[in-house]
Structures are given as C-alpha cells and as structure tokens.
Design a protein around this ligand. Structure first.
Ligand code: AMP
Length: 452
C-alpha cells in the first residue's frame, strides 16, 4: 500500500478523529487534495522544502505523498552552501522555504496506483566524508517504519504526540506516519522551546513523547516549578543518541511512563533495536526490532540485514557510499557495540570519529578544515566530549596562538553550519599522532575522558 492509499484509508476509517489540533481526518483530505493540486510537479519529481515543524510542513508532506511526488525536507540548520548542494544533488523541480504560501489548486485525484516500492521521501544524512548523502525511502519502507514505531513504542488508538522532532529527520517523519496509522494527532511545534513544549503537553493532552535525549534534558529541567500538568503522557521513547542513566531516571520520575523505550536506528534503516527496559537497564539498546536481523562483526561493528521492511536499498547516486556501507546484504552501521550476558545490545561508539551533538552529525575533518585555515592555528584536532545536555559537544584541541574568540569569529565567517562550531577550545603543545602521521583522535578522547 502506498502512502496516498494509506492516508485515504486513514481518512475513511476515522474521519471524526483529530489528525492535527483542530483538524479532523475528514477535514484533512480535501485540504491535502488542494495542496497536491497546486504542487506543480510530475509524479516522481523531487520537491525540496526548508521549513520548520509547522502544520503546513506536515500538510505538504502528505500532499507530496498524495501527488506521488518525492518529498525532500532539508534542515534549516544547514549553511546555504550545503543547501545548494542538496537541492542540486536531488534535482529538485521546486524548492519551498519559510514564508512561501502553501500551493493551492484544483483537487488532485491522488496517485493511488503508484507502486509502494517507489520513492516517497529523500532524507539527507551526513556520511563519513561529511558530504551529505541522499537516502531515498520507499512508501513501503516508511509505512513499515510507522507501524514498527506504533507497536514498539506502545501507541494506542487516538494517541497524541508532540511533533517537534524535525520533519527533515527520520524521527519526525515516522512520528507523523505512526499517528495517521493509529488515528492519532500530531501536535506540531515549529521549533524547540521547552516551556512551550510543556504548555502543549498540558493543553493538548499529549500521550507520547519521542524525542532526542537533549530535548528530554531540557524538558525535565524546565518542568520543576513550572506548575504544568504532564500526567497525560503515557509513553516515552528516545533515539538519535544514547541517554545517560541519570537522564533515564529523571525522565521516569517526571513522567512515570507506562512505556519507556530506547529506539536505536538510522535514516537508512529506520529501526535497528529497541531497548524496552530502560528502568532496569538505562541506556541499553535492547533487542533487534520487529523487522530486524542484527549481527556484530569480529571488531564489534553493528550490522543490520537489508531484508528489513524498513530498509532503504541504496544511497542516491552514491555507489561509493553503497560500497562502503553495504556488503552481502548487510548494512554496516559504523557503530560499535557488544551484547551483554542477557543478549541485549549496548552501543560503544563510532567506528569512525563522527561526533553526534544534539542528534546532529558533525564530522571532525570538516570543522578542522575551517579552523586550520586560520593563520594562528598550527595544528588542530576536533573531538566530541561527553556532555549531559548535547550527548557530545564539539571540542577543538589547538596548537597555535589564535584565541578562542578569534576562532569562533572565524567559524562564523566561514561556510560551516553554525551548530558545527566548537563549543570549547583547548590548547596543547602538540597533537598525538600515529607513526604514519595521522592525528590520534582516540588518544585525545581518552585523555578527555580521564580528565573529565
Ligand atoms: P541518523 O541517521 O542521523 O539518525 O544517525 C544514525 C546514528 O545515530 C546511528 O548509527 C547511531 O550512531 C546514532 N544513534 C541513533 N539512535 C541511537 C540510540 N538510541 N543510541 C545511541 N546512538 C544512536
């Protein structure tokens, strides 16, 4: 079943239920038809959007599905250069940005017979080279991801979720998908603001929260003394990065959830594993998910079989990336992990040195490139340091006499996306290097962990 059919079925099944605040599924369909009618794009062509999480963005997503057009949501946090790269790479027929009016036209009949193996969505993810890679997602794979989330996060009929994880990220899209399947309401929040999120939870009687750990950190920090009633929340899920055991405990105290899962996955294959017992085993990634077969290589890399219903099949026009990530039908995640004596998975780190800060991927080389171009920098290495709020924060270890202020200004004046800037600068006399001259980031990280 493609996503146009799936939406139609949902609207026929429960027209009286709320799909978004103040908009029932019955009222949703004619709106989607008109937006789709106004989308001047052929089936299969790409429509890129750079939008925050407003209702309009979610409507556009559905309109694209209705019209059989590939939705390409791009992060508003990317620099103009990165956005240009993605828009060109996907060959977008149309680009919509904040401030543009929603398309409007005669009611579109719906691309109901489009094959469910066709691409419905393309997300961009940063690979090991730092150049974003397009991940084409089929109707079938994304719908399967929606079901798997509904089941494994314990969603119930008519659930209500906070729609704040970006719709340019797999978590945001699957929250939207899961809601239409269970007759649920997606409550959009344009951009993250913990006080406003608490207000929405209370006023909209949110039942499930699926957020990156950073956002849970902010929510729990603002809840105390806010007077907000969050007792409607029944199910918690986190993904994108590991959660510390302190945060797991604080979330459990704040929300007393019936269900609390760690969802480990990626853009390429939505769900790898689900850690169901966060209270007993905080941070544990648990067991393979319903669609997943998993194995560890000899050096501990986590691999997931591409037979998953939720899996992509290859990157967009990147045979180099395919060759690196896929072998014999197994997707190599780039994460390392181990199984404990109960057979549950724990994630240890990255095979490469990618930093994940606030759920966003940051490649040290790209940041080092910019810093190294400053005349006052002799040598530089960028690492991720453990951080309660961000999971990891970007730290630059510098040999040279450029001040932290000067380097921050230098980053701001460069094409580097703002969120990739180092949050901390450390100065050393020399960087540890291997015999072949490679910077030993591992040694820097170990020194950091030992001193922290
Ligand atoms: P992305 O495709 O941007 O969502 O990034 C996927 C990567 O994020 C994974 O390969 C992991 O490195 C990391 N990740 C995702 N979920 C988790 C989790 N629950 N715990 C730890 N790391 C995670």
């Amino acid at each position: 079943m493609n996503l146009a059919q799936s939406l139609l079925a949902a609207c026929e099944r429960h027209p009286e239920l709320e799909s978004f605040p103040g908009l029932t599924f019955g009222e949703l369909l004619p709106r989607i038809r008109r937006i789709a009618g106004g989308l001047d794009a052929e089936p299969g062509s790409r429509v890129a959007v750079v939008l925050d999480n407003r209702l309009e963005t979610a409507l556009l997503y559905w309109a694209a599905q209705w019209a059989g057009v590939v939705f390409v949501p791009l992060s508003w946090r990317l620099s103009e250069e990165e956005l240009d790269y993605c828009v060109t790479d996907c060959g977008a027929a149309l680009v919509l940005r904040d401030g543009d009016a929603l398309p409007d036209g005669p009611e579109h009949p719906g691309a109901l017979s489009r094959g469910d193996g066709e691409t419905s969505l393309m997300l961009y993810t940063s690979g090991t080279t730092g150049r974003p890679k397009g991940v084409p997602r089929s109707h079938r794979a994304d719908r399967a991801g929606g079901w798997s989330q509904a089941l494994q996060h314990g969603y119930q009929w008519g659930d209500r979720t906070l729609g704040v994880m970006p719709l340019y990220h797999t978590m945001g899209i699957h929250s939207l998908l899961a809601m239409h399947l269970v007759g649920g309401c997606f409550v959009p929040q344009a951009r993250w603001d913990p006080d406003d999120a608490l207000r929405l939870i209370e006023e909209q009687r949110i039942t499930s929260l699926y957020l990156a750990p950073t956002l849970f950190h902010d929510l729990v920090a603002r809840l105390d003394g806010s007077g907000r009633d969050v007792s409607s929340v029944r199910a918690l899920g986190y993904a994108g990065a590991a959660m510390t055991s302190t945060m797991v405990r604080r979330c459990a105290e704040a929300f007393a959830p019936e269900v609390f899962v760690n969802h480990y996955g990626s853009t390429e294959i939505y769900t790898f594993t689900i850690g169901r017992e966060q209270l007993r085993k905080p941070g544990c990634a648990g067991r393979p998910a319903v669609n997943t077969r998993l194995r560890l290589t000899e050096d501990g890399e986590i691999c997931v079989h591409l037979s998953s219903e939720e899996a992509f099949s290859s990157y967009w026009q990147r045979p180099d990336a395919d060759a690196k990530a896929i072998a014999d039908g197994w997707y190599h995640t780039g994460d390392t992990g181990h199984l404990d004596d109960e057979g549950d998975l724990w994630i240890d780190g990255r095979v490469d040195d990618m930093i994940i800060s606030g759920g966003e991927n940051i490649h040290p080389l790209e940041v080092e490139d910019v810093l190294a171009s400053h005349p006052g920098v002799h040598e530089v290495a960028v690492i991720g340091a453990a951080d309660d709020r961000w999971g990891q924060r970007v730290v630059a270890v510098v040999v040279g006499d450029a001040s932290a202020e000067a380097l921050d200004a230098h980053c701001l004046a460069s094409p580097l996306a703002r969120f990739k800037r180092p949050r901390e600068y450390r100065y050393v006399d020399a960087l540890p290097r291997s015999a072949s001259g490679k910077i030993l980031r591992r040694v820097l990280r170990e020194t950091d962990a030992a001193s922290g």
